[in-house]
Design a protein around this ligand. Structure first.
Ligand SMILES: *Cc1c(COP(=O)(O)O)cnc(C)c1O
Length: 439
């Protein structure tokens, strides 16, 4: 008999599967049966049990590709691959409340006339940094592209050679500049750019002087950058891509400014120093949803908001609702309900207590001192003292895979697995303890 006739039917295989919508299970069953048929044609002899096991493995792989929560035990607070900033409960509730029904997204409730979606979060964030106006788009890459396109298309933008950076994920300043239709005028050198360099490059065609926060790298030694305050004296419009979204260098929303935060430029300070437009991310040091925020002079924000691309990049109501709550939280002067700041400011003692509680349930586990980082392309080279649970394992690669199967993303340190407590939500400590114990 043709061994292909002995293979189970697609229906039989599909009925052995669960965990995905029926149409996906049927398609997966068909893939498994087809693969078995091809294997037979290649000389193999898969049994019915082999086909069922293959189909189940395919379902498992598909389920693992679904977007799902994981535990961030990496010690990188804003982990790009893990969704950057976690969003706080208040902001999530706000998003849920707005998304579930109708809202005044573009309606002015006082006049009854058409309103703007920038009137809520955008305006509040502008308030929070002392700017005249603000608006919100999908992410900071969009904010930069849009602001450049609206303010400088067909004209010249002067940038220091030291700031022609790649932020990661393909965001390269010269390429964004080309996409937005501006001519890039490079000035200075990689390590030093003075105000006179900008001044010499200015012509009638100059639309903007652009400063880009180098975010993910740091220059040391014989370096010099031109402060915003000096650029602002040159008479051209000054735009700053601040990246990380630290609203105020003095962190007035925290009881004590964290020492590791030094040197990170604040949005409020950029505006106060004379920047006309500043762009930043919503989900880095702001600790909110993915968004790109543009704050600055009211006339420039109006020009940007009117640009045709603004419609293509606008933020949706879920984002705007969450971001509005984040802005209100900062304006209240206490941002400890923002998960990023909770993680960042947790005391070493509190982390150590949690680590000991986990370690006592795990054989061969040790509580160690670690160094966490902010991540998300902010604060390069700066570390945040932290505490971890370390387990010595025979094979770190398989141990990491086993933890991933439990939804835990840890890091390795030689032959040890380290779970850094600073990036772990305390609600997940038990999950981490159980997974480590099972290693
Ligand atoms: C992160 C970053 C961007 C990109 O922002 P996204 O919100 O990821 O789009 C652009 N510029 C700077 C300086 C950044 O740090």
């Amino acid at each position: 008999m043709d061994p292909r006739r002995a293979l189970p039917s697609v229906e039989r295989v599909a009925s052995s599967l669960d965990g995905l919508p029926a149409s996906l299970l049927t398609a997966t069953a068909r893939d498994a049966v087809d693969a078995a048929r091809a294997a037979i044609e290649g000389g193999a002899t898969p049994t019915e049990a082999d086909v069922l096991a293959d189909a189940a493995a395919r379902v498992d792989a598909q389920r693992r590709r679904l977007l799902q929560p994981v535990v961030n035990a990496t010690g990188v607070l804003l982990h790009t691959n893990l969704g950057r900033a976690p969003i706080g409960d208040e902001a999530l509730t706000a998003a849920l409340t707005i998304a579930r029904g109708a809202s005044n997204l573009e309606l002015n409730l006082v006049t009854g006339t058409r309103g703007s979606r920038h009137d809520h979060a955008g305006t509040l964030l502008a308030r929070a940094v002392g700017a005249e106006a603000g608006m919100v788009v999908n992410n900071n890459a969009a904010a930069v592209l849009l602001a450049l396109g609206a303010l400088a298309r067909g004209r010249e933008v002067v940038v220091s050679r030291g700031e022609l950076v790649e932020i990661g994920g393909g965001f390269r300043v010269p390429e964004i500049m080309a996409e937005s239709g501006c001519a890039l005028i490079e000035v200075g050198t990689t390590n030093r750019t003075r105000v006179a360099d900008y001044e010499r490059a200015m012509t009638d065609a100059t639309a903007l002087l652009l400063k880009v926060h180098a975010s993910n790298y740091r220059m040391v030694g014989f370096t010099e950058a031109t402060p915003i305050g000096q650029l602002a004296t040159l008479g051209s419009t000054v735009m700053v891509d601040a990246g990380s979204g630290l609203l105020d260098e003095t962190t007035p929303w925290l009881a004590e400014p964290p020492r590791w935060l030094r040197d990170e430029p604040g949005i409020r300070q950029a505006i106060a120093d004379g920047a006309d437009v500043v762009t930043f991310s919503g989900d880095k040091l702001l600790g909110g949803p993915q968004a790109g925020i543009i704050v600055g002079r009211a006339d420039l924000i109006a020009t940007i908001a009117k640009h045709p691309l603004a419609r293509a990049m606008r933020a949706d109501k879920l984002t705007l609702a969450a971001l509005q709550q984040v802005a209100l939280t900062y304006l209240s002067g206490d941002a400890t309900s923002i998960p990023l700041w909770r993680m960042a400011t947790a005391t070493l003692d509190s982390l150590r207590t949690r680590a000991h509680r986990i370690a006592t349930t795990v054989r061969l586990a040790a509580v160690i001192e670690t160094e966490a980082v902010a991540g998300g392309g902010s604060l390069p080279g700066l570390t945040i003292p932290s505490i971890g649970v370390a387990c010595t394992v025979a094979n770190p690669t398989t141990a990491m895979a086993a933890l991933r199967a439990d939804g835990i993303i840890a890091r390795t340190d030689a032959d040890r697995i380290v779970c850094d407590l600073r990036s772990i939500d305390p609600d997940n400590d038990d999950i981490v303890a159980r997974a480590l114990a099972a290693l």
